[in-house]
Design a protein around this ligand. Structure first.
Ligand code: ADP
Ligand code: SF4
Length: 681
């Protein structure tokens, strides 16, 4: 299909210092949990973005020196020349696929503990490390400043040598030494590097000048700068210091990459903010410089992108998450296939890769970080290995993704879903407070399989084992999901709770399906991701008195990995949800529940009419079990295989369900080795 003329502006080249991009699609730096430890996988992932049409593809942050050692997080390193070959993998992969490569040099200052290098962290003044570590950062003296400038310059030269087209100076988050110099709450120096704003900007200016002088003949020098920190007068404010800094440095960098800090504000989850949420903070920048400006906003809609450019907010459409969810987003717009974009849902599962020091994964894009080690391409898939037919039972994220990927391979697929609409858990969960965008997981796949000639879909069709046997499909895939336990059993509780005449146990599924409850509610969260909190929020919105009880020290503990925990706890408290941490449920009484402290065992009672445990789910294995009881009849019925995947196999995240569906489709009619991926390192 030809490109929609309205989007032509997105494909205009942009001059950035000595280089020119082929279009306005710009993958800003983003971490990925691969970096220097899995360099081939990292490079293949970046190369795939370039192949998908991103005009610029950047690295994650890249440490310039061992005093900026962020381990155990896995980022890039350019400590000395021995790191250059790793970077060559990346720049070659990007260049070979028609993109320009950018590198985000960083010194992490007081943000890092240097556990690997064992060097004392550096800061403008003596200060506590910004994350909790049992050490402090030391104030830099003049020699330290000279050393830092030399390290940065050397790293820039190495970056040029490694083939990068854009070299960053980075003060884009409250995680960098340069940002610490800019901020008066950290910079207490009394020399020419502290005090007035002019003085606090001095080091940034020197580093920008050093970098331009060192590599500016062939490389563009970008400045990534957080114009606001959303914390009032102790932090950067876009309309006070932020604006002044942009005006002071105006045309010194070749490119302004502007955002808001910290990272949790920058990569805002959809539960707490919509596409383009940074605009009000960053839109002034273009008025204060003649240089191009790039910014992010979880942009997935080409119309919004065009509007950003036309209204003079941005010159380049920055994206981290949208490029992860769909590496081929630019090409899809270029080819008039924008309705095929796999839109990021803003769940931040990708971010958890950084926090868990593992290769990132994506809810929408199961091929993310599998480009090298499994050879998975986000758009291409091997042709079918036979002319077998496949019956997929269950139209949740796993069944939908399996159906889509199998249809792309050319199999004849029949999808049966018990409910009247496709989507499974995604459909239900997307109706919970703040999770509406998650429905994109189902919408994209439902749309795509609707276009496929080789898929027949039946909704309102609950199948039993007898029917499955009768149909005689060659392969049967069960993706029938799971249901929440209502008896409290999980991590902390091992014996089922028993309800009383006046205090009832209600399953999380009842709430997910829009069911009502009575009276005062206790949500018992021993799962520790988002579910307990959205149920508490929903019921509080309905006017119930709600108490969230959790054995953890905080609400939704695992969501620290998606950078949502702080906001979840804040929202619950603001809405008036009571919270009792470090407690488990002992038993239900009449009109109350007995809780016990996880540490002391001391018991207390709180009023409750309804208790909703969010602890674990029971895989729905009913059809699978009934089928396997007749496995001797498979051959007579022409059945070659029966498999079950995802939540009816081992309940997990939506990302895991999508992945399992995709994996099934990839592996059908193939030999799978015991270790099904290439190992690195
Ligand atoms: P997953 O995350 O593994 O995809 P979900 O719970 O989201 O699991 O989806 C499972 C889907 O399977 C649900 O939409 C459910 O209605 C459907 N389902 C369960 N049992 C059957 C069945 N016997 N026949 C057809 N559909 C079923
Ligand atoms: Fe978007 Fe979620 Fe994928 Fe991250 S994991 S890119 S937030 S869909």
């Amino acid at each position: 299909m030809p490109r929609d003329k309205r989007y032509d502006i997105l494909f205009e080249p942009v001059k950035i210092g000595p280089i020119t991009t082929k279009n306005r699609f710009y993958q800003v730096p983003h971490c990925n949990g691969m970096g220097h430890r899995y360099p081939k996988a990292m490079a293949a992932m970046r190369g795939m973005k370039a192949a998908g049409g991103w005009g610029v593809v950047c690295t994650e942050e890249c440490e310039i020196h061992p005093s900026s050692d962020i381990s155990p997080a896995i980022e890039m390193r350019l400590w000395d020349d021995s790191d250059i070959p790793t970077h060559r993998l990346m720049t070659d992969a990007v260049h070979d696929n028609g993109g320009l490569a950018g590198i985000q040099l960083v010194h992490n200052g007081a943000n890092v503990p240097n556990y690997y290098s064992r060097m004392p962290p550096l800061a403008p003044s003596d200060m506590a490390t910004t994350y909790v570590h049992p050490l402090q950062a030391r104030a830099m003296d003049k020699q330290d400043i000279r050393d830092f400038r030399r390290w940065h310059r050397d790293a820039a030269l190495r970056a040029k040598n490694a083939g990068y087209d854009i070299v960053y100076v980075y003060a884009g988050h409250n995680m960098t030494l340069l940002m610490h110099y800019l901020l008066s709450r950290y910079n207490k120096r009394t020399d020419e590097y502290g005090g007035s704003l002019e003085n606090r900007v001095r080091l940034v200016r020197e580093i920008l000048e050093d970098t331009k002088e060192a590599v500016g003949d062939t490389c563009a020098v970008a400045f990534r700068f957080a114009v606001d920190e959303l914390m009032g007068q102790d932090g950067m404010r876009w309309n006070v210091e932020g604006k002044e800094i942009v005006e002071m440095l105006s045309d010194l960098p070749d490119l302004w990459d502007v955002n808001i800090s910290g990272w949790e504000n920058d990569s805002l989850p959809s539960r707490f903010g919509a596409e383009g949420s940074q605009e009000e903070y960053i839109r002034f920048v273009k008025q204060a410089t003649n240089k191009p400006v790039v910014g992010v906003g979880r942009f997935t809609s080409p119309d919004t992108m065009v509007s950003q450019v036309k209204r003079g907010v941005l010159d380049l459409i920055g994206a981290a998450r949208p490029s992860i969810a769909d590496p081929f987003l630019p090409n899809k717009i270029a080819e008039g296939r924008q309705d095929e974009i796999r839109e990021c849902i803003g769940c931040n599962i990708c971010v958890s890769g950084d926090f868990t020091s593992t290769p990132l994964r994506c809810t929408q894009n199961p091929t993310m970080a599998e480009e090298y080690r499994k050879g998975w391409h986000p758009e291409l898939i091997a042709k079918r290995g036979s002319d077998s037919s496949v019956l997929v039972v269950g139209g949740g994220p796993a069944g939908l993704e399996a159906t889509l990927a199998l249809s792309k391979r050319g199999y004849e697929v029949t999808l049966a879903e018990a409910y009247t609409e496709l989507g499974g858990r995604v459909l239900l969960e997307s109706r919970m407070p703040g999770l509406a965008e998650w429905k994109r997981v189902a919408d994209h796949r439902t749309y795509m399989i609707g276009q496929a000639a080789n898929v027949e879909t039946f909704v309102d069709s609950r199948l039993d084992a007898e029917q499955v046997l009768e149909f005689g499909f060659d392969h049967v895939l069960l993706a029938t999901g799971a249901s929440w336990r209502a008896d409290g059993v999980g991590r902390s509780i091992v014996h089922p709770l028993v309800e009383t005449a006046t205090t009832k146990l209600v399953s999380a599924d009842h709430i997910l399906r829009g069911g009502a409850v009575t009276g005062r509610v206790v949500v018992f969260d021993d799962e520790h991701y988002y579910m307990g909190s959205v149920i508490a929020e929903r019921l509080r919105d309905q006017g119930h008195e709600v108490t969230l009880v959790t054995p953890s020290t905080m609400a939704a503990e695992w969501s620290e990995n998606t950078m949502e925990q702080h906001r979840i706890q804040q929202r619950l408290l603001q809405k008036g949800v009571d919270m009792i941490c470090t407690h488990s449920i002992v038993k239900l009484d009449e009109g109350s529940v007995s809780l016990a402290c996880e540490y002391t065992g001391f018991q207390r009672r709180i009023a409750a009419d309804t208790v909703i445990p969010v602890t674990m789910r029971i895989p729905d294995t009913s059809v699978h079990q009934a089928l396997m009881a007749h496995s001797d009849a498979f051959a007579d019925n022409g059945i070659l295989s029966v498999s079950r995947i995802a939540d009816c196999h081992a309940p997990g995240t939506i990302a895991m369900a999508v992945y399992a569906g995709h994996q099934y489709a990839r592996e059908l009619d193939t030999e799978v080795p015991d270790i099904p991926f290439i190992r690195e390192g």
